[in-house]
Design a protein around this ligand. Structure first.
Ligand SMILES: Cc1cc2nc3c(=O)[nH]c(=O)nc-3n(C[C@H](O)[C@H](O)[C@H](O)COP(=O)(O)OP(=O)(O)OC[C@H]3O[C@@H](n4cnc5c(N)ncnc54)[C@H](O)[C@@H]3O)c2cc1C
Length: 397
């Protein structure tokens, strides 16, 4: 694409990050920690996209070991946030259950064995153990779960804001209300961005624009398979009669997940009937019509005591999703252009390690601390989408 000169350059950096969601903020933190000059350009405000709507689950269980490795490398940040980043990220250790029907046991056992080999505290538990761990749950004999006692949830907006604040403390600049409108390229290399608040120059530009990532990539003539995934979540009042503790639960047999929110609420999301291919600019203030009834009926199947609960509120959120529901990370398109996007509705918990690895890739030429290579863009053109080692069950269906 030819360079454009719509606005005078007002600032220069080593790296420009587009988007101040949890991924852009994490990357800015890790770059600034290494002494790089960073400008984050954000069309709205910190956590205005998927991050601000995220359910914040922090767990290690995935079907693909490369994702588990990212979650596992991220976990110490959540657990030791004050020491590592400073301030609070709202991590709450509740324990986590990944539930499967009886016919999912072989895959569950194989995944748990692989996770244990990484050092993760996780084990396979049967129906009686699940009832003991979470007495409020109705459990069918034969159902099994991976149990991670150290996992839980965190505050996604607080996490992004914390990373961004720590990045700014280390010299990064955040420009709010600056929508990127062009990415000039000269001699095959990006030279910066043009925004609604002027132009910024840098030899490296990172697309961390969530549901808008394909639009950003198109500015350098790059087509990426990132579409928009829409997901409703609701808050349900949990009566005192419902037995505690209530851990974080991914309830695959019922295609839902839930977690406590403070003492008196549960947050519930459904794995099925999430919208695909919408406009990233759509309003997310409201859930789809009928969501309150669907989510209430579903959660009562697993937590019968919520029949006495109350429906409180619901809203929607949108993230970028790829065909294999895994992110795209690394260089692509003109020299200097990088992708950190397509996090497919599960990218909150991996943001610390992805930011670390992307910073190493940009500054050192390769990610050393984590392996980002499975997530390269080329896998789609090569017809080699990522698939779980022991079988696949896409979380969103
Ligand atoms: C409802 C919901 C629940 C979720 N629950 C979980 C969960 O429990 N656990 C988990 O791990 N993950 C979860 N996720 C996924 C996770 O939240 C996302 O993968 C993650 O927040 C994505 O972060 P991001 O920084 O890539 O994108 P975003 O947070 O969307 O940030 C992208 C930013 O780019 C900005 N931007 C866009 N276009 C431009 C432009 N032209 N110029 C400048 N800025 C621009 C946007 O304003 C936005 O702030 C959930 C997602 C949703 C929607």
């Amino acid at each position: 694409m030819p360079a454009t000169t719509a606005a005078a350059t007002t600032a220069t950096a080593d790296v420009i990050v587009i988007g101040a969601g949890v991924h852009g903020a994490s990357l800015a933190f890790h770059l600034a920690e290494r002494g790089a000059r960073v400008i984050v350009v954000e069309r709205s405000a910190v956590a205005a996209g998927a991050t601000g709507r995220s359910s914040g689950l922090v767990r290690m269980h995935y079907h693909l070991l490369a994702e588990t490795r990212l979650a596992w490398a991220s976990f110490p940040y959540f657990r030791d946030w004050a020491a590592r980043v400073g301030g609070e990220c709202g991590f709450t250790r509740t324990g986590f259950l990944w539930m499967e029907p009886a016919d999912g046991e072989a895959r569950l056992r194989a995944n748990v064995a692989a996770h244990r080999a990484l050092g993760i505290e996780t084990s396979v538990v049967g129906a009686d153990d699940i009832r003991r761990i979470a007495p409020a749950l109705a459990v069918v004999d034969g159902e099994v779960a991976a149990y991670e006692p150290e996992s839980g949830y965190a505050d996604p907006s607080g996490t992004a804001a914390g990373f961004m604040r720590a990045a700014r403390d280390r010299g990064a600049t955040l420009v709010r209300g600056a929508a990127v409108t062009a990415i000039p390229v000269s001699g095959g290399r990006v030279t910066g961005v043009e925004t609604t608040q002027g132009a910024y120059a840098a030899p490296v530009v990172v697309d961390a624009a969530g549901g808008w990532a394909a639009r950003i990539a198109a500015l350098v003539g790059l087509e990426i398979p990132v579409t928009v995934w829409r997901h409703d979540t609701g808050y349900v009042g949990v009566p005192a009669t419902v037995a505690r503790p209530l851990p974080v639960v991914i309830d695959n047999p019922n295609a839902q997940y839930l977690r406590p929110e403070g003492a008196g609420l549960a947050l519930v999301g459904l794995e099925d009937e999430n919208g695909l291919d919408g406009d990233p600019d759509r309003d997310t203030a409201d859930a789809e019509p009928g969501f309150a009834e669907r989510v209430t009926e579903r959660v009562i199947r697993r937590v019968p005591g919520l029949a006495d609960g109350t429906f409180q509120s619901a809203h929607s959120g949108q993230d970028g999703i790829t065909p294999d529901q895994r992110p795209i990370l690394g260089r692509a398109g003109p020299d200097g252009f990088h992708l950190d996007c397509g996090h497919s509705g599960t990218g909150f918990k991996t943001a610390p390690a992805v930011g670390l690895g992307m910073a190493e890739l940009i500054l050192d030429g390769a990610a050393r601390s984590v392996d980002l290579s499975p997530f390269r863009l080329e896998r789609f053109a090569e017809g080699r989408p990522l698939v779980g080692e022991h079988g696949e069950m896409p979380i969103w269906r």
